[in-house]
Every structure is written in C-alpha cells, then in structure tokens.
Design a protein around this ligand. Structure first.
Ligand code: UD1
Ligand code: UDP
Length: 381
C-alpha cells in the first residue's frame, strides 16, 4: 500500500482530483491510500464544496483555510501548512494539479523535504511569464519526480527544457519519469456527461434552448483587472447578443463579479445589466456547466478548462487570451484566439458559428488518464 497526499485548492483542481479519487476508489483501494489537503484557496460554497459533494470526492482530511490574498501571503501560508502535514504523514508522493498558487506551494514545500512530487498537467506552457500560472507550472515541473502530460505538445515542451523522455527508474527530481497520459479532465467530462444529462436542470431554470445560446466565462486577472480589456470583452458580448438576438449565459467567477461594477464603464455596466439576452449567473456546479457547454452554440472564455471542455462537446470556442496552452484546438480550427479585441471577438463569432465543417478529433487521450497515472505510481505498466 502506498500513501499519497493530494493538494487541492482552486476550483479546477478540485474537479481534476475527482478523476484520480474515483480511480483509486474503484480499482486501487487496496494499493493506494489518498489523503486530501484543501488549501482553502477557493472557499465559497459554489467554488469548492459543491464540487466535493457533486463529484463525490472524499471530504478533505485537512483544510488550511488560507483564503484570498496577495500571491506571497497566500502561497507562503500554504507552504507552511503543507510542510507540517507532509512531515507528519511522510507520504510516498505528493500529487499536484495544474498551475495555481496551491500547486506552487505544494512544490516548494515537498521538494525541500524530499517528498517526491507528481505533477499532473505537466509540460503545458503559454510562453508568457507575465501569467502567475506560467511561473507556477514551470517551478512545479522542475521539482517533480513524475510528470504526466496531457498532450504531445506538453511532452515536447518538456524535452525543449532539457527533460529526457528516456529516463529510467528509479526516478527522482534529477532523473524524473515523464509520461504522456491524456487529459484527466477528459476522464471527468466523459464520466459526468451522463450524470449531467440526467440531473442538471439549468437550461430550464434560465429558459435556455439547446443550440441557441452562447456560454461565456471570464476570470483571468489580466481580463478582470485591466478595465480596457474587460470593457472590450463585454462590448463584444453585448454586440453579438444584440445583433444575433441570442442569449449569452455568463456564470461569473467571484473575482469578475466583484470587479464588474468597478471596471466597466457606467453606461456599459447598465446596458449589460438591463439587456434581457445577457444572463449574469453565479458560478455554477460541474453538472450544470457540462449541460451549458454541451448544449450551447458556441463558447467564449479565458478559462483553460472550459476551452477544452468546449472541444470535448464539439463546440467551437473563442479564447479571450493572447495565447493558449491548448494549441491543438486552435490548430484544428475549432478555436480562435481573439484576445480582448472587440472586433476580433465579434468577427470570430460569425466565422465559427456559421462553420458547420469543424472537426473535433480525439486529441486528449482515451478517458483513462487516471488509471494510467495510478499504475505508474505503483511502478506498474
Ligand atoms: C486561481 C488561479 C488560476 C485559476 C483560477 C481558477 C492562481 C494564481 N490563479 O485564480 O490559475 O485559473 O484560480 O478559478 O492560483 N474569490 C472569492 N471566493 C472564492 C475564491 C476567490 O470571492 O471562493 C475572489 C477573491 O476576491 C479573490 C479573487 O477571487 O481575491 C481571486 O482568487 P484567487 O484564488 O486568488 O485567484 P483566481 O483568480 O481564482
Ligand atoms: N467550471 C464550473 N462552473 C463554472 C465555471 C467553470 O464548474 O461556473 C468548471 C469548468 O467546467 C472547468 C473548471 O471549472 O472544469 C475550470 O475552472 P476555471 O475556469 O475556474 O479555471 P482554469 O481552468 O482556467 O484554470
């Protein structure tokens, strides 16, 4: 029996963790014991507990309750808390997901006391170091013992940073094991789609018709905190909603919710609030977002996870960023990088929504990434 400690904290990590916890429960419960540490980075019920309940993740064994704050305060509180737990538990591995401050804190805490790190979602790069996430994921990869990349692009990025795919066990940070395993979020999208079809009532709740609404999410700090960018994105959403007379459902991250009034020009804010086609919703549950993603006409987002889920459900996507880590979906012609450029967003909408020939080949594995990872943790093939 091996012992792993899993760190979760931000919404997408809680969702990703569901796939591994499910695989452990169903197939590896006699071989892997998982202890879950929630850093408390996200804490509102609809940003955290709703996912633990709905996705049937075991209740975290520890919650550090760090809450919100500047990068340094938030990350350092997490490092201290995680180190104490690791010293106490002495796990075989610390499992980290993605690129948030919770990921970075786990990497710093574990690497200094020689607990082997497993990084799930390794190798992704935006090549934009002004993003906090880019710093977090590079630091985490470079302290890891096992790296699981969802894409070939991720593997290639690691190779160009000097990692050697031919490394053999025993693995350690200077001789890490590198594996292409597919996307753990694809496991979840496949698994929870059938549950969502049965249980989600969100379309009915908001009067949305299948194929006749747009889904949009916005939460990146450079979009929420730079008023020009936020105004430009919302001007584009308003223009499309009006020209097409199509509802735009926007489940808003609390970060964006708090800044909308402050950073949108008054007249735009009022126009958004009064427009019957613009539906500002609170953050929704995973079963509800799957219902929105799989039934909408098109997705517009700056989220990493939502971009890919759009692809999984064969929906075109407009990306409110200047680059993406998920370059495959852009190369396939299923997504367009429109940044926060109002005209580019509007033109991309007309281009993608009228194109019925977009293909969505399977690029992100077979939906069994979690089982693959568990086998590797156990040293099996
Ligand atoms: C974090 C991650 C980002 C990820 C996102 C997923 C970092 C640096 N960023 O960004 O990579 O895409 O999570 O959603 O780790 N807030 C609440 N309630 C909550 C959580 C947050 O009101 O439960 C508000 C607070 O005002 C907080 C702000 O959102 O200051 C930002 O939260 P934070 O966790 O610092 O960063 P995110 O923008 O969520
Ligand atoms: N998500 C959700 N409810 C929402 C918005 C997003 O359940 O209202 C899910 C989404 O389906 C995806 C994950 O949260 O699985 C993505 O998280 P987020 O956009 O916060 O972060 P990112 O992926 O950009 O790091």
């Amino acid at each position: 029996m091996i012992k792993i400690v899993t760190v979760i904290g931000a919404r997408p990590q809680i969702i990703k963790a569901a796939a591994l916890s499910r695989a452990i429960k169903n197939t590896f419960s006699d071989k892997i014991k998982e202890i879950i540490v929630h850093t408390g980075q996200h804490y509102d019920k609809n940003m955290s507990q709703v996912f633990i309940d709905e996705l049937k993740i075991p209740e975290p064994d520890y919650n550090l309750n760090v809450g919100s704050g500047g990068h340094a305060k938030q990350t350092s509180d997490m490092i201290i808390g995680i180190e104490e737990i690791l010293k106490d538990i002495k796990p075989d591995f610390l499992v980290l997901y993605g690129d948030t401050n919770s990921t970075l804190a786990g990497a710093i805490a574990a690497s200094k006391i020689h607990i082997p790190i497993v990084h799930i979602e390794a190798g992704l790069r935006s090549f934009n170091k002004s993003m906090p996430e880019e710093i977090n994921r590079i630091m985490c990869d470079h302290t890891s013992t096992l790296m699981f990349s969802p894409t070939k692009t991720g593997i290639n990025n690691l190779i160009s940073e000097g990692f050697n795919l031919q490394n053999k066990p025993p693995y350690y940070p200077d001789n890490p094991g590198i594996f292409h395993c597919g996307d753990i979020m694809y496991d979840n999208s496949l698994y929870f789609k059938t549950v969502s079809d049965k249980q989600s009532n969100i379309l009915k709740e908001y009067g949305l018709e299948k194929g006749n609404f747009i889904l949009s999410t916005i939460h990146r700090d450079n979009n929420t905190d730079i008023p020009e960018r936020l105004n430009s994105i919302f001007t584009a959403l308003l223009e499309i909603a009006n020209k097409e007379n199509i509802p735009v459902a926007i489940p808003l991250h609390p970060r964006t919710g708090k800044l909308l009034r402050i950073n949108l020009e008054n007249s735009l804010y009022n126009a958004i609030i009064e427009n019957k086609n613009i539906l500002i919703l609170p953050p929704v549950s995973f079963l509800d977002i799957i219902a929105l993603e799989s039934n909408c006409r098109l997705v517009m987002t700056d989220s990493g996870g939502v971009q890919k889920e759009a692809y999984y459900f064969n929906k075109p996507c407009i990306i409110f960023r200047s680059e993406t880590e998920w370059v495959e979906i852009v190369n396939e012609g299923a997504a367009i990088i429109a940044n926060a450029d109002k005209d580019c967003i509007v033109n991309s909408y007309f281009k993608l929504s009228k194109n019925l020939n977009i293909k969505f080949p399977q690029l992100f594995g077979d939906g069994k990434a979690a089982e693959f990872i568990c086998n590797k943790l156990l040293g099996l093939n």
